[in-house]
Design a protein around this ligand. Sequence first.
Ligand code: B16
Ligand code: MG
Length: 214
Amino acid sequence: MINKKITGVIFDLDGVICHTDKYHYKAWKELADEIGVYFDEEINNRLRGVSRMESLEIVLERSEKIYSQKEKLALAERKNERYKLFLREMSPADLSDEVRVTLDELRSRGFKLTIGSSSKNAGFILGQIGLGDYFDAVSDGNNITNSKPHPEVFIKAADFAGLNPAECIVVEDAEAGLIAAKAAGMTAVAIGWAYDSEYADVSIKSFGELNLLC
Ligand code: B16
Ligand code: MG
């Protein structure tokens, strides 16, 4: 149980509400193979919550070739086109019952529910899984200039929904997101890949536990 007044919950999208992380991996892996750069799941884990262009920089750390900015933009675009093909296959079946029921319960208890995602595809993904109009506010990669671990995405999510940051919890699967949440003055709740992170205020094993926390 969190011992302070909570009025809003800000959810990371990829790795928390739904699992597009496997599609990011496949799309980056295909690109890396094409340009002859080593890439594996461990490197992929460093991309969680990180913006597309920053992710590309991490992927290219293993590259012998130096790419110009124009070439980098083209590579990122190529990866994104691949990724979007996977997203097109998503449907409301990709939203688990546990997540859907927990969201409804939190809402019925009066919490404002928002999204704080680094992704520029967040709106499309939410539409695909049937949550297009669900959240009180969506802050994503399209409205920020600094990506996680910078707190901008969460500060804007709170602002869009008229929430006091000190009364918000952030649910995150990435260490960069937990750091961002704390920098925003919010309570950082870790799930999934971030479960053991030293930056978490609280860690939960399953999404449904959120209802016991606040
Ligand atoms: P896009 P989140 C993040 O989403 C992903 O975790 C990260 O792997 C990705 O690079 C980033 O979005 C940007 O995504 O290429 O779709 O703009 O976890 O912050 O919801
Ligand atoms: Mg995430």
